[in-house]
Design a protein around this ligand. Structure first.
Ligand code: IMP
Length: 422
């Protein structure tokens, strides 16, 4: 953590690593916490004092009442969902209006974008991506097509702009034979959300962040999703629609590459994936079910079963390379407390060929495993790395030796307090 720098905290596999919890732990060390990509497809869970919060668009630094939180230009935002999320925090006693700033350059998710998400998925049949249905893909597509609406648009002649875009969407939906929907109520709520958003500071957040950096303040960029869901580097087309990698911090916040400091890569002690797409380490047996049960691996946004498997070092090393990860954070280590053997995928194999480099298409590749002894010890009450069993220490050392990056934090449970710095 260096003054005047932007540190990034990134999910480096398929998301759902527990970024929310770590951002919440890190926030006291930063002046600003900012989201730079994604939208309400994310579900960042934070648990403290026996209460659980799930944040979707709002940065996880919001619980520290002295800190500014920013939704950056690289994000997409749905006013109705934003309002529901923000009001929940207000009801819990958090005064967020003065501390949450939203980029005027962030793009708006319309109710019809969500319909388009459903219509495009339906048209794909068995090749569907398995999106969260939040309109992410259609909104980012329109951003690239230069037809989208941005948060700054709500400040003038908004209705006219909204109706024109909605009419365009309705035409596309008719062309796709996607009919029979009624969004009247949803649209009313969405418009209320737009009104509500006007009460927040809608600003040129890139200027604000850069001024803060010049004053020696520091920023934590909170990632969403994970590297393998990145639009360029993930398992395309089974990916989300934004740059979730460290490069996305620069474009999604408007900060130069030389402002980036530490890059924290967050991963789970095992692997999960939600939605469709290749997943070489996927377990279809009782071990996969056991990991899902113990790890409560059900989607925070959609409630879907997460697909589970052992740690994938091919993916991890690839993500470390793409992001320039300087420190690793291993989450949910306690989920592996009751396994006699812990497997780690060290390579992929297909048709007699073996690789440790991420292939262009991971479809059809099988995992090659190395077996390590499990620790068979309850980690959840541990407060220091000195208490770690030898097998966990060996697991950590093995990952460090393979990736050449230190693991500096190990999480042993969902609570803030169950976070051990090494
Ligand atoms: P979308 O982002 O809703 O378009 O979904 C695209 C793919 O990314 C789907 O496979 C989703 O399940 C996955 N995805 C999107 N957001 C998250 C997340 O926050 N965690 C894990 N997977 C996600």
């Amino acid at each position: 953590m260096t003054k005047g720098k932007v540190d990034a905290l990134l999910g480096i596999v398929f998301g759902d690593e527990g970024k929310g919890k770590v951002v919440d732990v890190f926030t006291p060390r930063y002046d600003i916490v900012a989201r730079f990509a994604g939208g309400p497809n994310a579900g960042h869970t934070i648990i403290f004092d026996g209460k659980k919060y799930v944040l979707r668009s709002i940065p996880s630094g919001i619980f520290d009442t002295g800190k500014i939180n920013i939704i950056g230009n690289g994000c997409v935002i749905a006013p109705d969902l934003f309002m529901a999320e923000a009001k929940e925090l207000e009801a819990a006693g958090y005064d967020i209006k003065s501390r949450l700033h939203i980029s005027k350059r962030a793009h708006l998710i319309l109710p019809t974008h969500r319909l388009l998400d459903r219509a495009y998925e339906a048209a794909k049949g068995k090749n569907k991506v398995g999106t969260t249905g939040k309109g992410i893909g259609p909104t980012y597509s329109e951003k690239a097509a230069r037809t989208s609406l941005r948060v700054g648009d709500i400040l003038e002649r908004f209705e006219e702009k909204y109706l024109a875009l909605k009419a365009r969407h309705e035409q596309i939906l008719r062309d796709l034979n996607f009919t029979g929907y009624d969004i009247t109520e949803e649209e009313q709520l969405w418009m209320k959300g737009v009104e509500y958003m006007r009460q927040f500071k809608l600003s040129d957040t890139e200027t604000e962040i850069n001024k803060a950096l010049r004053e020696g303040k520091n920023v934590l960029a909170e990632g969403a999703q994970g590297t393998m869901l990145d639009i360029d580097h993930g398992t395309y087309p089974y990916v989300s629609s934004s740059n979730t990698v460290s490069g996305g911090v620069c474009t999604g916040l408007g900060v130069a590459p030389n402002t980036i400091g530490e890059i924290y890569g967050i991963f789970k002690a095992y692997s999960t994936r939600v939605g469709s797409g290749p997943f070489p380490v996927e377990l279809f047996d009782a071990t996969g079910d056991k990991i899902r049960e113990i790890g409560h691996e059900y989607g925070a946004v959609t409630g879907r079963n997460r697909r589970c498997g052992w740690l994938d070092l091919v993916a991890l090393k690839y993500a470390i390379m793409i992001n320039g990860v300087t420190q690793l954070i291993m989450m949910k280590s306690d989920v592996l407390d009751t396994f006699d053997t812990i497997r780690v995928c060290i390579a992929y194999t297909k048709d007699g060929q073996t690789t440790t480099d991420m292939p262009y298409d991971t479809e059809g590749w099988q995992a090659v495993y190395k077996d390590l002894p499990g620790w068979n010890t309850d980690l959840t009450a541990m407060t220091s790395a000195d208490q770690f069993p030898a097998e966990l220490k060996a697991y950590i050392s093995f990952i460090e030796a393979e990736t050449h990056v230190p693991i500096t934090i190990v999480s042993v449970g969902p609570d803030r307090a169950q976070t051990i710095e090494l």
